[in-house]
Write a protein that binds this ligand. Structure first.
Ligand SMILES: NC(=O)c1ccc[n+]([C@@H]2O[C@H](COP(=O)([O-])OP(=O)(O)OC[C@H]3O[C@@H](n4cnc5c(N)ncnc54)[C@H](O)[C@@H]3O)[C@@H](O)[C@H]2O)c1
Length: 364
């Protein structure tokens, strides 16, 4: 029997830079930072972002004298489907996109996840860069290389780990974002403060008035600090085999609430309630002191994010959705808890009744 070993070692070429600034994409010099010797560019964007920024990004890329095309997908989560993947891939074939071409994901997390997934499978992978335009995409989905689409059976069930060549975070895109989408991103930033950095948590507490007004220098600091936390975690655990799971703080209950409300709650709203749940479970189990638990609840409230489960949802229904969480290991639901702000840990070891009791408390 012949045995052929294929030993893969993560090469340095997978490293990439995240550039953060105001109006960076609209600057003439930006194009020199797109360090890819592409033969053409294809911008993948959505039907809301294209009319706002498609023309500007196309014009900047056009300064390279290389062909630039735009492929638009309908805005919204329903575009995270295999149908969209097939539709876009066939358009890429018609545009004669080759492995030397560069895909540009211009949009929120939906565009980033779809474009990244296509880049990872089209012609067995072609390079792509991320230009995230929502706060959530800037601090979360554009960093780390998780790509994917949904199936009717659940979110993100088909996907790959495929890192972009670069991430360009232009804070000026935030000006046109709706309040609800802005709050969605803030929920993830609050999460970084709780799991990764007590100083960031304090900054969120002390600067909340300016942050809520989207003050540019405060936003630059927030986005930079959040990306650094995520990048550090991804560097240590790219494929979510261990440490990266702490990024799911608030998501175990959050995902169940999103599904139980049939996505009536936005992701950030559901995660906010989930973070309150995780803090309260941490406190009930004597890991987290009462004052820190209250600070977490107060911070979430301060950013006008919800801290209570909407009326009408039954505990058993929520527990049922949690049991089918795709991140359950061996049928056991894992929770990310905290010992103090900035000190998270993952555990499957939650005594029965504690989760149910917490859900009931959040319904009150
Ligand atoms: N890959 C990852 O690691 C990861 C992490 C977190 C979330 N996600 C995924 O991200 C998705 C959610 O991302 P999202 O919240 O950015 O949603 P989204 O991409 O649907 O964007 C939200 C809305 O904002 C619009 N929009 C985008 N930029 C805008 C701008 N600058 N001005 C005005 N409107 C703008 C979009 O058209 C859309 O209507 C989910 O599918 C989720 O699964 C992925």
């Amino acid at each position: 029997m012949e045995c052929i070993r294929v030993t893969l070692e993560k090469p340095r070429k997978y490293s990439y830079e995240i550039l953060i600034g105001e109006d960076i994409v609209d600057r003439k010099g930006w194009i020199t930072t797109v360090k890819n010797h592409a033969d053409r560019y294809v911008i993948i964007t959505d039907s809301n972002v294209n009319p706002l920024y498609g023309k500007m990004v196309r014009a900047r890329l056009g300064e390279t004298a290389l062909p630039v095309d735009i492929v638009e997908i309908p805005a919204g989560e329903s575009s995270k489907s295999l149908n969209t993947v097939l539709d876009v891939a066939r358009q890429l074939v018609r545009l004669k996109v080759s492995r030397k071409s560069l895909l540009i994901a211009l949009g929120g997390g939906v565009v980033g996840d779809v474009a990244g997934f296509i880049a990872s499978i089209y012609m067995r992978s072609i390079p792509y860069v991320q230009i995230p335009t929502t706060l959530l995409a800037q601090v979360d989905s554009s960093v780390g290389g998780k790509t994917g689409v949904d199936l009717p059976e659940g979110k993100n069930l088909l996907g790959t780990f495929y890192q972009p060549k670069a991430v360009y975070i232009d804070l000026s895109f935030l000006k046109t974002l709706s309040d609800r989408d802005f709050a969605n991103g803030l929920a993830e930033i609050i999460k970084y403060g709780i799991i990764g950095d007590n100083n960031l948590f304090e900054f969120l507490e002390s600067e909340s008035d300016g942050i809520k007004k989207r003050n540019p220098s405060l936003m630059k600091s927030l986005v930079g600090r959040s990306c650094k936390i995520k990048a550090d975690i991804v560097e240590m655990d790219e494929k979510e085999l261990g440490l990266r799971r702490i990024l799911n703080f608030g998501h175990t209950l959050g995902h169940a609430l999103e599904a139980a409300t049939d996505y009536g709650l936005s992701h950030g709203e559901a995660v906010s309630i989930g973070m309150v749940g995780a803090a309260k479970i941490s406190h009930r189990l004597d890991h987290l002191d009462g004052a820190s638990c209250q600070r977490i609840v107060d911070l979430i409230k301060d950013y006008h994010l919800p801290t209570k489960i909407p009326a009408g949802l039954k505990t058993a229904q929520i527990m049922g959705f949690m049991a089918t969480d795709k991140k359950a290991v061996g049928g056991q639901v894992h929770f990310v808890l905290v010992k103090k702000i900035g000190a998270p840990f993952v555990t499957p070891d939650i005594p029965s009744g504690v989760v149910e009791g917490t859900i009931e408390e959040l319904q009150g």
